[in-house]
Design a protein around this ligand. Structure first.
Ligand code: COI
Length: 360
């Protein structure tokens, strides 16, 4: 039976004044809407008790397995308000499919894609007043699933909680689309072969935090990770995929080798690339190739991408005491690519691939 995530009989709502004052400066992930979608799973019954409830802390026993063994996965997607006031999701089925794959890798139950999409759709429907309409604003949806069984033995949990929360957001980075400096981490790895690199699980992000602190100490805002085995191949940033654009108009990104998150933005950019005169290429990228080609000018643009920040231009890579600088004033494709995707998401250009799903 498909889940329905029915709303409460008497939903509570914040006043318009509260919502509009948050819209003035929402930042990213600091404010949350009035409700959340919830469902339970246990080994006997499967998925059940799906509902929309008032936003509230999740009470877990201190022995809850997620606190100890980090058996958890999450997603991130956005709802966009179009100029006519309608509200749309971008490729929610792609997030649903990745959520299933992430859950499988973390030995969590797979929430059927249809139920994932329903949960997000119903939450956005009840929270439609919260979807901001300002420049680059949206309602960020954060579905997540965690082991909720009270048990300290190390094995897949027998009970699990699924939750979706929603947050009105503006630009992810406070500087907007300002180009960022990136620290190349050769001391720390994000993931290793056979690990959880392709899954969207909290542990991958936790592993990126110490290197990110190092990046900050070195005047950079993000980290670029190379592979753990040879420390030779470019993988991804702490929370975003990596791209380079060459002078022969190739849009190049590391191929999905099991260690890289299959980003929905990544996939969307590769798909629309030909419309901007770029040839999409997925292949292993050696760090030395990137550094050499920044030097000889045959790599003209670098950027990072993800749902949260869309595309962030990269100004420099710092590696072993040297700084490799891109002349961002000569970039011709990064911003048009970003605008192209945003135009589809905000309904300013035709959705020729059927990526958008109308909520209300
Ligand atoms: C995204 O860009 O969607 C991310 O995954 C970053 C997020 C963890 C804030």
């Amino acid at each position: 039976m498909p889940l329905t995530f029915d709303p409460p009989n008497q939903p509570k709502y914040s006043g318009d004044d509260v919502i509009t004052s948050i819209w003035q400066d929402p930042g990213f992930g600091s404010y949350f809407t009035d409700h959340m979608a919830v469902a339970d799973w246990d080994r006997q019954v499967g998925w059940h008790n799906d509902r929309i409830v008032d936003y509230a802390p999740v009470a877990l026993d201190p022995a809850g397995a997620v606190y100890h063994y980090a058996q958890e996965v999450f997603e991130g997607l956005k709802a966009y308000r179009h100029a006519d006031g309608s509200i749309w999701l971008f490729r929610p089925e792609a997030n649903a499919a990745r959520f299933e794959r992430s859950a499988h890798r973390l030995a969590l139950p797979e929430l059927p894609a249809e139920d994932f999409v329903t949960s997000v759709h119903r939450l956005v429907e009840i929270e439609r007043r919260w979807v901001p309409g300002g420049e680059e604003q949206s309602l960020y949806l954060r579905p997540f699933m965690m082991a909720s069984e009270n048990f300290l033995g190390v094995r897949p949990a027998q009970s699990v909680l699924y939750v979706v929360i929603a947050s009105p957001v503006g630009a992810y980075f406070t500087g907007g689309v300002a180009p960022v400096d990136i620290w190349v981490s050769t001391e720390y790895s994000r993931v290793a072969n056979g690990g959880t690199g392709a899954a969207k699980c909290g542990g991958n992000y936790a592993a990126s935090l110490l290197p990110q602190e190092l990046a900050h100490e070195n005047g950079c805002s993000q980290v670029l990770f190379v592979d753990a085995a040879e420390r030779r191949w470019v993988e991804e940033l702490g929370g975003m995929n990596f791209f380079m654009i060459t002078t022969d108009n190739q849009l190049v990104t590391p191929n999905l080798n099991g260690n890289i998150l299959p980003g929905v933005t990544r996939d969307s950019l590769l798909t629309v690339a030909p419309e901007l005169g770029l040839t999409p290429v997925e292949r292993p990228i050696e760090l030395s190739e990137v550094l050499t080609r920044i030097g000889d000018g045959s790599v003209r643009e670098l950027f990072a991408c993800g749902t949260a920040a869309v595309i962030t231009p990269i100004r420099s890579l710092k590696h072993e005491e040297r700084e490799y600088i891109i002349d961002v004033d000569k970039a011709t494709h990064t911003i048009p690519l970003r605008e192209h995707l945003l135009d589809i998401q905000y309904g300013r250009s035709a959705d020729t691939r059927g990526w958008m799903r109308r909520v209300c």
